[in-house]
Write a protein that binds this ligand. Structure first.
Ligand SMILES: N=CN[C@@H](CCC(=O)O)C(=O)O
Ligand SMILES: [Zn+2]
Length: 413
């Protein structure tokens, strides 16, 4: 089926080629004013200025008049923990009362709290909950997503999470990539036996994950009190033997060398980056690794935002993602993430949109499929409400400025 979209006020993120944007390039967001867009079988087939629309347009079987809407590539959310069993608002209240993130984790809260809830839930119920979250995110403009395990922390429960992600992958209308995060924290039973848990990850979880093709990436929470740089290296090297690529949680609370090791391991991305030394910024800028910034986690944990300006100005490639999870970012709303990055991290609107689309696609190895208006890519698109300009999107934070979301050439809901 072919659909012609006409009278688009601005077609945003038009790119003939896929290039990961770094440094100054991040502010370059190519648009076509007063545009048309042709979609064939759910895939972008052509685009251009309305004035160049040929006679052929008259014979189109299906047309949609965008009447002055802006059309953007849907958000590419490259870091989420979307599969979880329950919310953790009791910890939210504890934190308001002054209890720290680390103190909550130390007394069995945090990730372990989510793991206990997940262990008690069936695969089917987990899938039902995750599916309804995913539907909400798509209606908020997310057109591709990465989902991690990491609330299982046992062979059985990690595999249960990954099988839920696998089912989402098979049935979701948007591309889903899967990340194995068995090394999210040490389960209680292995609190004093790190080697034992790492052995379980390497010898019991990874072979099944590889056998059933349950993950595209491997992640480790490299942090004081969680996994050390050496432990991260051991786990990544084992996972890489099965073809999983590293995408790693580093430099959230402390700078302990995780970022440098991730670069050495040729990670696809290093995620969080709230705590960056000047040397960390320089090392990232000189590497090919994408720095994925998660401003809503910093916001929710009341931490200083990631130093986006310094990271971009040093020449690094950055992506933006939601980190949707029940502990540190109970929102997967990428519109809010884009606003926060402009308001809290002084990213330009063009930089934020690029970081949340094309660079996010690169951070999931999905750049051939999504992230820009490019012939051959999926027509996963955001149609805005009537807005005066593109910067109005991050400026008017909290308003729902999305009129419709298109997934694979069809309007979603
Ligand atoms: N930092 C590690 N993991 C999650 C938080 C997990 C949780 O608190 O449940 C994050 O990315 O912020
Ligand atoms: Zn995370």
């Amino acid at each position: 089926m072919t659909l012609l979209v006409t009278n688009i006020k601005q077609l945003v993120g038009v790119r003939e080629e896929n290039v990961l944007l770094r440094g100054k390039e991040l502010a370059q967001l190519p648009v076509i004013e007063d545009a048309y867009l042709l979609i064939n079988d759910g895939v972008i087939a052509a685009y251009g200025e309305m004035k160049h629309l040929g006679e052929w347009a008259n014979s189109m079987e299906q047309t949609f008049d965008a009447r002055g809407q802006f059309v953007l590539p849907a958000w590419c959310d490259s870091h989420t923990h979307l599969v979880f069993a329950g919310s953790r608002e009791e910890e939210f209240v504890d934190k308001i009362k002054g209890v720290s993130y680390e103190a909550i984790a130390a007394k069995g809260g945090g990730i372990l709290n989510s793991a206990a809830k997940l262990a008690a839930m069936s695969e089917l119920e987990l899938l039902r909950l995750a599916w309804s979250r995913l539907e909400e995110l798509i209606s908020l403009g997310t057109g591709a997503i990465e989902i991690k395990s990491g609330y299982g922390l046992s062979v059985e429960a990690e595999l249960k999470m990954l099988r839920v992600i696998q089912q989402l992958k098979e049935t979701s209308p948007i591309p889903v990539v899967s990340t194995f995060l068995g090394a999210h924290t040490y389960p209680l039973a292995y609190r004093d036996d790190h080697k034992g848990y790492i052995d379980a990850i390497i010898n019991e979880m990874l072979p099944v994950i590889a056998d059933e093709n349950l993950a595209d990436f491997v992640d480790v929470f490299c942090e004081k009190g969680f996994f050390s740089v050496e432990e991260m290296e051991e786990i990544c090297k084992a996972a890489m033997q099965y073809g999983l690529k590293p995408k790693l949680h580093v430099n959230q609370l402390h700078s302990i060398g995780g970022l440098q090791k991730a670069i050495e391991l040729n990670a696809v991305s290093v995620d969080h980056l709230e705590t960056m030394t000047n040397a960390d910024i320089a090392d990232l800028a000189q590497s090919n690794v994408i720095g994925t910034l998660l401003p809503s986690a910093a916001f929710f944990l009341r931490m200083p935002y990631q130093p986006a300006r310094a990271i971009i100005d040093a020449g690094a490639a950055v992506a933006l993602a939601s980190d949707f999870n029940p502990g540190s970012s109970p929102s997967g709303n990428m519109n809010l993430v884009v606003s926060m990055s402009c308001i809290g991290m002084k990213m330009l609107p063009e930089e934020a949109i690029n970081a949340a689309t094309i660079n996010g696609a690169f951070a999931m190895n999905l750049e051939q499929e999504v992230g820009s208006i490019t012939v051959g890519k999926r027509a996963n698109l955001i149609f805005t409400r009537s807005i005066p300009s593109l910067p109005y999107l991050p400026y008017a934070f909290g308003s729902n400025l999305i009129d419709r979301v298109m997934i694979g050439g069809e309007f979603f809901r």
